[in-house]
Design a protein around this ligand. Structure first.
Ligand code: ADP
Ligand code: MG
Length: 593
């Protein structure tokens, strides 16, 4: 047997290189560590210079506290930190850093120089990569860290670096996160000697606008909530502007950008009713909680945290975001209508800004103009009669109706209405779909589905796999008023449909529902499946484009929208209506100019 090597301590540098393997993956990870250090030092201005996507050189210069000359060498030593002294302080962390490892790790896989001057020192000192002691240098108070030739001596790592553009893009994203996290710090970014970004110190909303564009604010709803020891603030984007990619989702916990499943799930839940399919929400959210309630020492690169009470966090996020989305939001919702040049910005309910709990109680305020229907029974279906009924004995105050009074139908697709403020256009199908969806949802929640039996049960062919799905989910569907049974190895019988969908094309409806079941097969989360089913059914049960409506029917639809929660969005997150104020129209015709 060959000689077994004896146990020996690893050399310091190798330990750092191993640690670097966890923390330093690419130039952007170096940048993140250096930015964290600048923040911890109390910087108010941070300048970042990159060359070659950060592979050749990364410089981060701050105007913070600086490092005393006698500590410079110590700073790049492993496990050396000025930020914590004991476990107690680790558990109540107020700084970004605490491991005392970043500079050592970076120094072990790149050439690191430190130049620093404290606020009281009369000059700066520089510690070069291979030097043991600092030398006098020129420099203003603050610290300048320069990192060259990342992974030059670590071929295994270098191999994984991508193109300069890609590495630059990662660095930029890192800077974006830092900038969003700390709006009161000014940032500059230079790449290959070209200035790329400059963000002055500002407010939280100001910074979001600087970094993500004013439209992010215009399309956003403000979240500003407190739940016990938790605070949640920021912007969630109106579902109408949801993105196809999940690239604008920023979560900061106590100023630290993290990824977190609890919060991600809470957000998905909050958006579930207004966002279906592949659309992705966009948000910048700041979660604040006492340091003792969150453990940041769970991930070497600090990209994850652990909450002491994840349930409370989930509740706070889901609740506050859902509230913002349901139109009760404050300033940003209004800000969304501030720019009249954008006549097409989805406006919040004109009168609803003060709170959605106060919904429009139409039964008390409306009167139908029953005499004015030019197209009487011809197009009036059961569903429409159902919409009419509550209107029969109401009294009108037309001017006060948020969605106004119907004037006409446009190309069988849109309803034109007028309210006190101007012209309203409603997408009939989208609006009806939303209403049906919310009603189905209520039905489902109370499990008191009214269903309409088919005179002749309908038998449909399906694959064995689909038949199995139907048999598995039949009880769920029954709860929605859709009664399906198995009539053969490859056939399903439809016995009843939800009363709300009495007019739907039953064949198409059932096939769409079964497709949902198949898709949900992988997730099998009842809650998500439920939402998908409701959306599908609402879509099939809703009035299609090109259906002629009488004025009464249109007014009924408008009233119904007013009393429907989140009536301003269809289930796919598209707006259901838009408002053009008179002033907008005047501008369009250059009136008074
Ligand atoms: P940590 O941030 O976890 O303490 P680092 O290796 O990142 O560990 O930094 C080591 C120490 O060097 C810090 O604790 C701090 O005292 C000092 N330091 C690093 N960067 C800066 C900076 N930009 N300004 C002032 N001090 C710094
Ligand atoms: Mg650090």
């Amino acid at each position: 047997m060959p000689d077994r090597p004896s146990i020996a301590l690893l050399p310091d540098r190798l330990v750092s290189q191993i640690a670097a393997g966890e923390v330093i993956e690419r130039p952007a990870s170096v940048l993140r560590e250096l930015l964290d250090n600048a923040l911890d030092a109390g910087a108010s201005e941070i300048v970042v210079r990159l060359d070659g996507g950060g592979i050749r050189r990364i410089v981060v210069q701050d105007d913070g506290d600086g490092i005393p000359v006698e500590e410079l060498a110590m700073a790049r030593t492993r496990h050396a930190t000025s930020k914590i002294r004991n476990l107690e302080q680790l558990e109540h962390l107020v700084t970004m850093g605490f491991r005392g490892e970043a500079l050592a790790a970076i120094g072990s896989v790149a050439r690191l120089s430190l130049t620093s001057r404290t606020r009281t020192a009369d000059q700066a000192w520089q510690l070069c990569p291979d030097a043991g002691a600092p030398e006098p240098a020129a420099g203003t108070p603050g610290t300048r860290v320069e990192v060259r030739q990342l992974f030059a001596d670590v071929p295994a790592r270098r191999k994984f670096l991508r193109s300069e553009q890609t590495e630059y893009a990662h660095c930029l994203e890192t800077l974006v996160r830092a900038a969003l996290a700390w709006p009161d710090i000014g940032f500059q970014l230079v790449h290959n000697d070209k200035p790329q970004r400059q963000w002055r110190a500002t407010s939280m909303l100001g910074r979001i606008a600087q970094v993500l564009g004013q439209e992010f604010i215009d399309q956003g709803l403000v979240v500003d909530a407190r739940h016990g020891p938790l605070t949640l603030s920021g912007i969630v984007v109106h579902p109408a502007h949801a993105r196809t990619r999940a690239d604008r989702q920023y979560l900061f916990v106590n100023g630290r950008h993290v990824r977190d499943r609890t919060v991600a799930h809470a957000l998905r839940q909050a958006y579930a009713d207004v966002l279906h399919g592949e659309r992705q929400p966009a948000y910048v959210l700041y979660l604040g909680l006492e340091a003792g309630l969150v453990d940041v020492n769970v991930h070497p690169a600090k990209q994850e945290v652990r909450f002491r009470d994840p349930g409370a966090v989930h509740h706070a996020v889901a609740h506050s975001v859902a509230q913002a989305l349901s139109g009760t939001a404050g300033p940003a919702a209004q800000a969304a209508t501030l720019d009249p040049a954008q006549g097409v910005t989805p406006a919040p309910w004109p009168a609803a800004a003060s709170g959605a709990q106060q919904r429009f109680d139409l039964s008390e305020r409306l009167r139908p103009s029953a005499s004015s229907s030019p197209h009487p029974a011809t197009s009036t279906t059961d569903a429409w009669q159902a919409l009419y009924r509550p209107l029969e004995d109401a009294g009108p105050a037309e001017d006060d109706l948020p969605l106004g009074v119907a004037l006409a139908q446009l190309h069988g697709i849109y309803i034109l209405a007028q309210n006190r403020e101007g012209l309203i256009l409603v997408d009939m199908h989208a609006a009806h779909e939303r209403i049906t969806y919310e009603r189905l949802k209520q039905v489902w929640a109370t499990q008191e589905a009214a269903s309409q039996r088919l005179l002749v049960p309908l038998v449909l062919d399906f694959s064995e796999r689909d038949v199995a799905l139907v048999s598995e989910h039949a009880p769920t569907l029954e709860g929605l008023g859709l009664s399906l049974g198995i009539s053969g190895p490859q056939s399903v019988v439809v016995r009843a449909v939800p009363a709300l969908l009495a007019d739907a094309d039953v064949d198409a409806l059932v096939r769409a529902v079964v497709a949902d079941l198949a898709r949900a097969g992988q997730t099998s989360r009842l809650e998500e499946l439920g939402n998908a089913l409701l959306a599908t059914m609402a879509c099939h049960g809703s009035v299609r484009a090109h259906r002629r409506l009488g004025l009464d029917e249109m007014n009924a639809l408008l009233r119904q929208m007013e009393s429907t929660e989140r009536g301003d969005l269809c289930n796919h997150g598209r707006p259901t209506w838009r408002l053009w104020k008179l002033a907008d129209l005047d501008r369009l015709f250059l009136r008074g100019q």
